[in-house]
Design a protein around this ligand. Structure first.
Ligand code: PLP
Length: 392
């Protein structure tokens, strides 16, 4: 069976896909339909953060599936409660709304920010400032929020109520503040836009500015959150608490799930009938997500992220290539900026059994499983080094 070729006839061609179909995942490795094995340093773009098919997550999914597959939000459900209790306790925020994806989580956060000021009689305070090179999703509001023109081409008219500033530039941000600004939304570490960590002093100043000007600070931690950057919430690394944080990707332990968590004060603006989702908080996703958070603690995963991050970055910095412009990132969200274009390196890695991805034209992005080992990092860096050194 040739899955890629047959699929092209019946599935829209929206993704630049690798020419293989994956059929099985096991820990840090995946297998294609011909039985080829790959070391997976993409992790489903930071979804399979514990590698593939962690037995405790598989068991949680199986157990939940046997008792209830879907529970309408007309009813309460225990898996949602358990996950929400954990998220609230660990985030320092007040209440959760469950969605199904990252774009939906961001869309909901934007709606909540607008509704919060509407409820105060400030309907015209509705603009959201986002950052150049940011990525917030593909729905109309979230692609408008995204600070990269390439995702917007062909989709006009875009949503009103957004403006953009360069990331990590406090003077530019301050200049953009007008009375209509309701929220500042940013990724503490930008992922898709080229792996750019936020500056610590900058984020602290943004928090103060938001407090002074009565603006909600929204952190999009869809890629950088949930342990990826060496803390459960990336903002813990900065000591800066947002008013709203958005999550997705790893949240459902591999099952689709998104969420946003807000302070009690802000969350109060989402009363009965203001927002909703048929599938949001699906019990299987919630049960798997619960298990994900349990394993993070039980297996000391965040300690492993810190150790492996240092090990990986040190090894990458030792690659003797003039093509490497920069190695940067946080935790296990790592970017290698290269002068030769990221595409050929990603391709060469693939040819040699390593899955990595690009973050723009010049950055090779590594998203290894958070429980990866030094041996796997050695294996990956050997292949990366070969790919980067080719034609040196
Ligand atoms: N926000 C960030 C930071 C992301 O990295 C992504 C996806 O890559 C999204 C939002 C959109 O998430 P989804 O694809 O689940 O809609």
């Amino acid at each position: 069976m040739n899955i890629p070729e047959k699929s092209k006839n019946v599935i829209m061609n929206t993704y630049a896909r690798y020419p293989i179909a994956l059929v099985k995942g096991q820990g840090s490795y995946v297998f294609d339909e011909d039985g080829n094995k790959y070391l997976d340093f993409i992790s489903g773009i930071s979804v399979n953060n514990l590698g593939h098919c962690h037995p405790d997550i598989v068991a949680a999914v199986q157990n939940q599936a046997a008792s209830m597959l879907h529970c309408s939000n007309l009813f309460w459900s225990e898996p949602q409660l358990n996950l929400a209790e954990k998220l609230v306790a660990k985030s320092g925020l007040g209440k959760v709304f469950f969605a199904n994806s990252g774009a939906e989580a961001n869309e909901g956060a934007i709606k909540l920010a607008r509704k919060y000021f509407f409820d105060q009689g400030k309907e015209s305070k509705n603009t959201i400032i986002t950052m150049d090179k940011s990525f917030h999703g593909r729905t109309l509001a979230t692609l408008t929020a995204t600070g990269q023109d390439k995702v917007k081409v062909g989709f006009s008219p875009l949503m009103p109520g957004f403006k953009y500033v360069p990331f990590n530039d406090f003077a530019a941000l301050k200049k953009a503040i007008t009375p209509d600004v309701a929220g500042i939304m940013l990724e503490p570490v930008q992922g898709e836009g080229g792996v750019h960590p936020g500056d610590g002093e900058y984020l602290k100043k943004v928090r103060t500015l938001c407090d002074e000007k009565e603006i909600l600070l929204i952190f999009d931690e869809i890629q950088c959150g949930l342990g990826r950057c060496g803390a459960l919430f990336c903002y813990e690394n900065y000591g800066v608490l947002p008013d709203i944080v958005t999550l997705a990707k790893a949240l459902g332990g591999g099952i689709p799930m998104g969420a946003f968590i807000a302070t009690d004060k802000v969350a109060a603006s989402f009363g009965n009938g203001t927002h909703g989702s048929t599938f949001g908080g699906n019990p299987i996703a919630a049960a798997a997500g619960n298990q994900y958070l349990t394993i993070l603690e039980k297996e000391n995963i965040i300690d492993n992220v810190k150790i492996m991050s240092k090990y990986l970055q040190e090894k990458l910095k030792k690659i003797p290539s003039t093509k490497i412009v920069d190695v940067r990132g946080m935790g296990l969200l790592i970017g290698i900026e290269v002068s030769c274009g990221s595409g050929s390196i990603v391709q060469c890695c693939f040819n040699n059994g390593l899955l990595v991805l690009a973050a723009g034209a010049d950055v090779v992005r590594l998203l290894p499983p958070l429980n990866c080992t030094k041996t796997q990092i050695d294996e990956a860096v050997k292949i990366l080094e070969k790919a980067i050194m080719e034609d040196e």
